[in-house]
Design a protein around this ligand. Structure first.
Ligand code: ATP
Length: 387
């Protein structure tokens, strides 16, 4: 999207990331923070605990980005080399900072108690200001050089997040004028990703000036997302066009969820409370409905029963309606049939739909498909009622 936002780059440092032992949740956390703040994240790199690789990573990232945020490699041991790598990239010398060394000694309860190796955490370069770490031993660094900023934070997520919130975020706000990334989402269910793309025609590639469009296949359907660094109102046009083109397959926008939409539709149809009955899904529908944050404008979810193929228990009688879901054995091409039925006073239907996928995704998609059937059936009844 537009380049007016300051550009940012993330470095996640630690060989354990490259071995797949640690998942890079630090980068995911910072990516969300940067988007909501208004920094344009241009890329993320994961680097091993090697001084050369870290130095080259910083040198490359600092070319062409206003700010580079790094996490990890600030510990006291020989393989914590982030400070050394950045010093090398900037051509600066490390020196021990007397105040930092003193506060580390205090932290350890006296000079004699601190392992000598921890003194590495008292090292600074001339361009660095230390950032306080109240819950760990490694201070961070805020470095300004030649119009660019590099920030070092610890790898431990709790330490990093606290340092981000208390030390880094206020400095970022002081340094750059920013407008948050505006983001709007259209959510569909029941249509594949490529079919959605086809129906949107050129809207995906040319959503408008300064606007980017993306399409994502999730368990709860295909989501279409528009983003801009400009005014959020710019997104109204493409949102309206997408909703018109996708019609009934749209179940909601932005924060709306399938459970919320389905339970609201049931409430609209006069159903006050609901229980679920499912087989073949390992309780996926129960998990999704139980995790949903209820609202008074919706039918209340009272609980669910898991059934086996032989011996379907009767649904508990403590709700107005029973939503029953049965996921059948997978057929060819990753397809599975799902039977969805609803029994409530004055309402009753049985619908078969197909879903795609395997493993856990197959189970969750079956559950979301049941909720989508509820939404569609309630919508249809309402239309017929009006006609
Ligand atoms: P400290 O000195 O406070 O230990 P550090 O900067 O030395 O911090 P690392 O040694 O690199 O941090 O990592 C410490 C732990 O933090 C790792 O073992 C891992 O569990 C977690 N961690 C590191 N990097 C990440 C990351 N990118 N995402 C999630 N967790 C991480």
């Amino acid at each position: 999207v537009g380049r007016s936002a300051p550009g940012a780059f993330l470095l996640s440092i630690g060989s354990e990331l490259l071995l797949g032992e640690t998942i890079d949740t630090n980068a995911a956390f910072l990516a969300r923070e940067l988007a909501s703040l208004g920094l344009d994240l241009r890329g993320v790199s994961q680097l091993p605990d090697e001084r050369r690789a870290i130095a080259e990573g910083f040198a490359a990232a600092l070319t062409g980005h206003d700010v580079v945020l790094a996490t990890g490699g600030l510990g006291p041991t020989h393989d914590d080399l982030t400070r050394e790598g950045l010093a090398e990239a900037l051509g600066e010398e490390l020196h021990e900072d007397a105040a930092l060394a003193e506060s580390l000694r205090t932290r350890f309860g006296g000079a004699g108690r601190m392992p000598v190796s921890n003194l590495r955490q008292a090292m600074l370069i001339p361009s660095a200001q230390p950032l306080d770490n109240p819950i760990g031993s490694a201070p961070g660094w805020w470095v300004e050089r030649d119009g660019r900023t590099a920030v070092l934070m610890p790898g431990v997520p709790a330490e990093m997040q606290r340092m981000w919130a208390e030390q880094v975020l206020p400095r970022v706000r002081r340094t750059w004028q920013m407008r948050p990334l505006a983001m709007r989402t259209v959510k569909t269910f029941g249509v594949g990703e490529s079919a959605v793309a086809e129906r949107l025609g050129d809207l995906l590639e040319s959503p408008g000036d300064g606007i980017d469009a993306g399409i994502y296949a999730r368990d709860d359907g295909v989501h279409l997302r528009f983003i801009t660094w400009e005014d959020e109102a710019r997104l109204d046009g493409p949102m309206g066009r997408a909703i018109a083109l996708l019609g009934d397959d749209v179940f909601g926008t932005d924060d709306r969820t399938l459970p919320g939409v389905a339970l609201a539709a049931l409430r609209g149809a006069g159903v006050r409370s609901l229980v679920s009955l499912e087989s073949g899904t390992d309780g996926a529908l129960l998990a999704i409905l139980a995790g949903h944050e209820a609202s008074t404008a919706e039918a209340a979810y009272r609980g669910g029963v898991l059934a086996t193929d032989d011996g379907v228990p009767a649904a508990p009688p403590f709700a107005d309606a029973v939503l029953a879901l049965r996921l059948h054995a997978p057929a060819a091409l990753g397809r599975s049939r799902v039977t969805v039925s609803l029994a409530a006073p004055g309402i009753g239907w049985d619908v078969v739909v197909r879903i795609h996928g395997s493993g856990q995704q197959r189970l969750r998609r079956a559950a979301f498909a049941a909720l989508d059937v509820v939404r569609r059936e309630c919508g249809r009844t309402q239309k017929e009622g009006r006609a």
